[in-house]
Design a protein around this ligand. Structure first.
Ligand SMILES: [Zn+2]
Length: 282
């Protein structure tokens, strides 16, 4: 299995920047840790890629949390990424198989919520509608509403055959002239951003296809390796217990003799015995 990779670059002739990634291993790790299958797995994969793209659009040191809430069977999907592709994701219902006619992959209609975090500090939150349209279109709608930058997105997530999670976002830089945007749209219309073939091999191949279609050279500015990253810790679990309050914590102790918490993102189990819990409240 190839290593995960991302490349950030620019098509100078068009004043467009891009982020392209193959984060298949990160995706596999997420699926395994959370026992994800079927449409649930697919939607979590796409949401992780989307949160990576959204983090790419903001400045360094900010992590992005994407939350989908819909009236479909999956109900809720949450994904996080920072600008260098440290990602995680999970869903309320982990093994939903949406029908083929369900273009939303089982999440349905509802809210598309994006929160930016600087450390543990919430910086900004915005919400748009989650429509009964494919995931990629919902993402584009969100970007159009929030940033007014012209963007093209292609995501390729396969959760059962040749498991893969790859994608690209192309985005205009500020002050790009409309005629240049039109020219790029023209070039891009010659390739099908929605097909598996675009991501058939590694991402260098995908970039080759784009370079040919646009008749322009991609300049790579940054390269890195995405990874599964949770960030949970015993310290954070202890803070969570303190925040539920002494009475609640003691009543759990009474019932269970200890407090056990399982991280919903990475399935790491944290157990505190009665003495450890008491120490939190003195
Ligand atoms: Zn965790």
């Amino acid at each position: 299995m190839k290593d995960d990779i991302y490349k950030v670059g620019i098509f100078e002739d068009y004043n467009f920047r891009f982020l392209i990634t193959d984060c298949t291993n990160t995706y596999i790790e997420t699926m395994k840790r959370n026992s994800l299958e079927h449409s649930s797995a697919n939607l979590v994969g796409k949401s992780m890629l989307a949160s990576f793209f959204l983090a790419f659009m903001v400045k360094e040191g900010i992590a992005v949390n994407l939350q989908l809430e819909g009236d479909g069977e999956i109900e809720r999907v949450i994904a996080y990424s920072d600008r260098i592709g440290r990602m995680k994701g999970h869903t309320k219902h982990r093994q939903i198989l949406a029908g083929v006619e369900d273009v939303t992959l089982g999440i349905g209609k509802g809210f598309f919520r994006v929160t930016r975090w600087g450390g543990s500090h919430k910086i900004h939150q915005s919400v748009t509608k989650l429509d009964k349209i494919p995931f990629e279109q919902n993402l584009i709608n969100y970007i159009n509403e929030s940033d007014q930058l012209v963007s093209f997105v292609s995501l390729y997530v396969d959760h059962e055959n040749e498991i893969s999670a790859k994608g690209i976002i192309l985005q205009s830089l500020p002050f790009t002239e409309q005629k240049v945007i039109d020219k790029l749209m023209d070039g891009i219309s010659n390739i099908d951003l929605g097909t598996k073939e675009l991501f058939a091999t590694d991402i260098s191949y995908t970039l080759d296809v784009l370079e040919k279609a646009l008749d322009s050279k991609a300049t790579i500015l940054e390269e890195g390796k995405p990874e599964f990253y949770c960030g949970c810790s015993m310290q954070k679990i202890k803070s969570a217990i303190v925040s539920i309050g002494r009475d609640e914590a003691y009543s759990i102790l009474e019932e269970q003799g200890e407090i056990e918490m399982i991280c919903e993102f990475c399935s790491e189990k944290y157990v505190l015995d009665a003495e450890e819990v008491r120490l939190l409240f003195i």
